[in-house]
Design a protein around this ligand. Structure first.
Ligand code: NAD
Length: 472
């Protein structure tokens, strides 16, 4: 049994001042994995002070010194990849293929940031000015529960590359993953205070990070609703804010698509991370003349998906993170039926044979119209809505008919046609005939899916501010 009672502040694990104790429940078995005592506002202030003390010296480190630190972190998290993977499977039910990939991706984040910094000109001349890119200052890195190690490491890598110290607040739903990751990062042996990590709730720890005058920058990943609260809280001290938020991504199947190659990608996009991914392609837009063919294909494919124990490498879909998420997804399936969508796979309740665990049936609706809740809201579970179109123009209109704009997918055998559609989609990223991300390209959302970009040069620049020194 885990008993987590410490935060990582100023280079050491210290008991939190907070007193709220929560149970960590394994979503696969509904058994208790352990307890965690949450940090409170006073802990957040201690962490901010530690980051602030370290900031002055850290801002003056050279490129080479920071690259060396990033390499140390890369090696440290690679050395703990198995623990990082297993903690994610235990705590939120991430399936093996996903958690295995993330456990490698986290070390790659540090390698990518090191390479980006190596190639990046921190000083340039513009007219009579010498323009220096300087660290913005102490950064608060706030992460969701559905991608703890990935989000924390990609943000931390960019912050360190830029010379910013950090206070990291993963979700209160992720104490176990946070503990494992904190130990891995600590083992890199960086000077105290460069990063500090605490688990607490949004309304106190998160709020303190969003308001404290010594925090210069917030890099947040989570829901649009929380992003709005953070942006409003941060404006008082004019914090720089990057927000990576909610999505409702469309997968567009153009009428020349080869379904045999596209189908596994479409289904993976829809149900990735047990349907709990910001970039999940949960609206499948299909040409009307191929609608029945696509419905039959997705039904047949879904029937082959194994839902169950996330430790099993053959499992495609594990449980949802907790009971609240299970009930939320059930409500959406119910709404889909109630509002007249045609249920073509799955439905209400657990999959047959699953008596325990927060498992839902992979569920597919056809005849979904743009005004239905299942077409508009991010459900965050394995629920796919199929919508028909008659022309590419109409497909673009449906895809863009959402307040979100994080990612979109286009499938076609004709590259230039797919490119033409991609150029008109309101999304920060458009994937053509693939779903694997390009980890050095900018990632972020349009519209209510966010502000700012992460990864590569754009991620680095989100922690830098230009200073012009103009000489006579
Ligand atoms: P959430 O918004 O509920 O919580 C995210 C984080 O914000 C948590 O650490 C939480 O404790 C904290 N928080 C909550 N209230 C706060 C406040 N008032 N001030 C400061 N911090 C506060 O999101 P979640 O349920 O953890 O994650 C799921 C959401 O995240 C989904 O909407 C998903 O699409 C989104 N997400 C987006 C991306 C992306 O890159 N765009 C990636 C992963 C997840």
């Amino acid at each position: 049994m885990w008993n987590i009672t410490e935060a990582y502040i100023d280079g050491a694990f210290i008991p939190v001042q907070g007193t709220e104790v929560i149970h960590v429940i394994n979503p696969t078995t509904e058994t208790i994995l352990g307890t965690a005592t949450l940090a409170n506002r006073a802990d957040a202030i201690s962490a901010i002070q530690a980051a602030r003390r370290a900031q002055h010296t850290f801002a003056r480190t050279t490129k080479a010194e920071r690259i060396e630190m990033l390499r140390q972190l890369q090696a440290a998290v690679l050395g703990s990849a198995q623990q990082i993977r297993d903690s994610a499977t235990e705590e939120y039910g991430g399936v093996f293929a996903r958690t295995q990939w993330i456990s490698q991706y986290v070390s790659q984040s540090f390698a990518n940031a090191a390479q980006t910094l190596e190639d990046y000109p921190l000083t340039r001349v513009i007219g009579a000015a010498q323009v220096r890119m300087e660290p913005v200052g102490v950064a608060a890195l706030i992460a969701p529960w559905n991608s703890v190690a990935g989000t924390v490491c990609s943000k931390l890598a960019s912050a360190i590359a830029a010379g910013c110290t950090s206070v990291i607040k993963p979700s209160e739903l992720s104490p176990l993953q946070t503990r494992v990751l904190s130990e891995a990062l600590h083992s890199a042996g960086l000077p105290a205070g460069i990063f500090n990590i605490l688990i607490g709730r949004g309304h106190d720890v998160g709020d303190e990070l969003s308001r404290h005058p010594d925090v210069a920058k917030i890099s947040f990943t989570g829901s649009t609703a929380t992003g709005k609260v953070i942006a409003q809280a941060g404006v008082e001290s004019m914090k720089r804010v990057s927000l990576a938020l909610t999505g409702k991504s469309a997968s567009i199947v153009l009428d020349d698509t080869d379904l045999t190659t596209a189908l596994p990608l479409i289904m993976n996009a829809a149900f990735m991370n047990n349907g709990q991914a910001c970039v999940a392609g949960t609206r499948l837009l299909v040409p009307r003349n191929r609608l029945e063919e696509v419905i039959s294909a997705v039904q047949a494919y879904t029937a082959t998906l194994r839902v169950g124990d996330p430790h099993d490498p053959d499992t495609a879909i594990g449980p949802l993170v907790n009971l609240a998420q299970y009930e939320r997804v059930q409500r959406y399936i119910h709404r889909g039926i109630e509002q007249g969508a045609r249920l073509v796979a799955g439905g209400l309740g657990r999959p047959a044979g699953q008596e325990r665990g927060y498992f839902v049936q992979p569920t597919i609706f056809a005849e979904v119209s743009v005004d239905m809740d299942i077409a508009r809201d991010e459900i965050f579970g394995p629920v796919l809505s199929i919508m028909a179109f008659d022309t590419d123009e109409q497909a673009i209109g449906i895809a863009n008919d959402t307040v979100y704009g994080l990612q979109a997918y286009v499938f076609s055998q004709n590259r230039s046609r797919a490119q033409a559609v991609a150029s008109r989609l309101e999304a920060g990223t458009v994937m053509i005939n693939r779903i694997a991300p390009e980890l050095l390209a900018p990632f972020g959302g349009l519209k209510q899916s966010g502000i700012g970009r992460e990864f590569g040069v754009f991620g680095l620049e989100s922690f830098l501010e230009p200073k012009s020194i103009v000489s006579a």
